[in-house]
Design a protein around this ligand. Structure first.
Ligand code: BLA
Length: 522
């Protein structure tokens, strides 16, 4: 049976992906009690893992089962904390046959446990010098790039060049955590996803929370056989910091449906928030060495910092351009002899600057309206909804019906699409409201977003499955205006402070006038 309900998506968000009790086979882990140093659990592949090859260490002390070099590094790692990334080092471990195995070792704390994770490095692996030079060049390149789109393109190009991944994309989240591919680098016959949107449920909330902490994950081969941790201890290991955590079966199915055999993804953090991701796909198994992953992690971090700077600059430039378009109004506000309402009356210029269709201003208990006639009560309804929020900063939405459903009631056939509301900080109810008309637009989604999952009962339990098709899907979006930008918010703030200055001037003139009057009549 196939059906779909809203409730079912909670299954995705509730999957405890950080405690899978299993790892991917390209690594190996050993879990000990941090206090007693007794080994509690190991991944089932430890007996055959190159460089470790421990037969049955469970129940023994770390000091009795680990090679000397590894123990020395553990001492050097000092006090480990679960809120910090792992302490990593590169060691040459010796296999039982005597061969030397270059290995990346990570030590980290998970609650009361100490985890030692190893990953053999591919024979022909990058040196730190190569990465150092790459980073130097990338940083230099970033300094020369102005727009944020240029930063993202440079980043995906660099990731593609260094890793050899066939398809590398920059993915940006919107405020509802839907996402869009906004830059890509692809080779051969990879289908383009540029400009395609993906629903928020593709990357559920707990996954996003995890990715905001640990900024990288890698699946060399989606078709791997998970390696269980054994024995079970009655308390699942939190693998937030693991580089070899076994990934969600639903997501593995998603990748197979997409035709992806290997993936790597990096978190793009801007201002401490998960802003987007860099996503890498390969049609065949593809492995990236631990050393190169360290480099990519650093690269993603500087990319996020560069984005913060360029985005901030873009918002300011945008606000400046809008302010320039309303310069005349702002200037007029500075003339003492004009009343505010005179200065604002018939100000088509303000509408143009904000690309709005109507403006309602309320000052001193008086109201003026410019542009199209808004449905009656619009100002009051918006005010009731956002007045509190607007004390902090102007509030906008390109979907007025989301906040105030009655305003886009289809039976009323109103023209409204979006609003921007700003109030004077004075505490009085002086405020302004820009309105934008609905603008029906078409979006390209990767597969039908309304069919983003299915529930299928294969055998006994109903299970959730990701969608099968990622074919371009055109979606007509109604009830929206063109989007507002942070630049609009900033420009609205400037307009409001211009109004506030003028108001203060008017009040002052009024008081002066009264004082004169009183002096004359005394
Ligand atoms: C995780 N989903 C992810 C990840 C990505 C996506 C990038 C991060 C893991 C990784 O690095 O591979 C989604 N992948 C995308 C998108 C693109 C892409 C949008 O390449 C665009 C090009 N997924 C579903 C449904 C569920 C679901 C219906 O479609 C839930 C039932 C879950 N996705 C899901 C889960 C994870 C995930 C649980 C976490 C995987 C993990 O880290 O273990």
């Amino acid at each position: 049976s196939r059906h779909q309900t809203q409730v079912d998506l909670s299954v995705c968000e509730n999957e405890p992906i950080q405690v899978p009790d299993a790892i991917q086979p390209h690594g190996c882990i050993l879990v000990a009690d941090a206090q007693t140093r007794k080994v509690l659990q190991v991944s089932a592949n430890i007996g055959a893992y190159p460089g470790l090859e421990l037969a049955d260490p469970v129940g023994h002390l770390l000091d009795d089962v680990l090679p000397e070099t590894l123990l020395r590094e553990l001492e050097a790692a000092g006090e480990l904390s679960g809120t910090y990334p792992p302490h990593r080092c590169d060691l040459d471990l010796t296999a039982r046959g005597g061969a030397t195995i270059p290995t990346m070792v990570s030590f980290y704390r998970s609650g009361t446990r100490l985890v030692i994770e190893t990953e053999a490095c591919p024979a022909r692996s990058e040196t730190s010098a190569t990465n150092f030079r790459s980073l130097e060049r990338f940083l230099y390149e970033l300094r020369a790039i102005a727009p944020s789109m240029g930063v993202l393109q440079a980043a995906v190009d660099e990731v593609a060049r260094r890793t050899g991944y066939q398809h590398v994309m920059a993915y940006r989240f919107d405020k509802d955590w839907n996402g869009e591919v906004i830059a890509e680098n692809r080779q051969g016959d990879q289908n383009s996803f540029l400009g395609h949107c993906f629903p928020a449920s593709d990357i559920p909330a707990q996954a996003r929370a995890l990715y905001a902490v640990n900024p990288i994950r890698h699946t060399p081969d989606v078709d791997y056989e998970p390696v269980p941790l054994a024995p079970q201890t009655g308390q699942s290991l939190d693998m937030t910091w693991s580089a070899v955590r076994s990934i969600s079966p639903v997501h593995r199915e998603y990748m197979r449906n997409m035709g992806v055999r290997s993936s790597l993804s990096l978190s793009l953090m801007v201002d401490g928030r998960l802003w987007g991701m860099i996503l890498c796909h390969h049609a065949t198994a593809h492995q990236v060495s631990p050393m190169l992953r360290s480099y990519l992690q650093m690269m993603a971090q500087v990319t996020g910092d560069a984005l913060r700077v360029t985005i901030q600059k873009e918002v300011e430039d945008d606000a400046e351009a809008i302010s320039a378009r309303m310069r005349h109004v702002l200037n007029e506000l500075d003339y003492e002899d004009k009343s505010l309402l005179e200065a604002l009356e018939q100000r088509e210029e303000l509408l143009d600057a904000f690309e709005a269709d109507a403006l309602i201003v309320r000052l001193h208990g008086q109201k003026i309206a410019v542009g199209r006639d808004a449905p009656s009560g619009t100002m009051t309804l918006v005010e009731q909804e956002v007045a509190e929020e607007a004390k902090e900063a102007p509030v906008f939405s390109d979907r007025i019906g989301e906040r105030i459903p009655v305003l886009t009631d289809p039976t009323r056939r109103d023209w409204l699409g979006g609003f921007l509301y700003a109030r004077l900080s004075s505490g009085r109810d002086d405020s302004l409201l820009f309105l934008r008309a609905e603008r029906v637009r078409s979006e390209t989604w990767a597969g039908d977003p309304d069919e983003h999952h299915t529930i299928e009962s294969d055998g006994e339990l109903p299970r959730i499955h990701p969608r099968r098709s990622f074919e371009a899907w055109q979606k007509e979006v109604r009830g929206c205006s063109l989007p507002w930008s942070e630049g609009h918010r900033m420009a609205a703030e400037r307009l409001m402070s211009g109004l506030a200055r003028h108001l203060a001037g008017e009040v002052e003139r009024l008081l002066r006038h009264r004082a004169n009057h009183d002096a004359l009549t005394q």
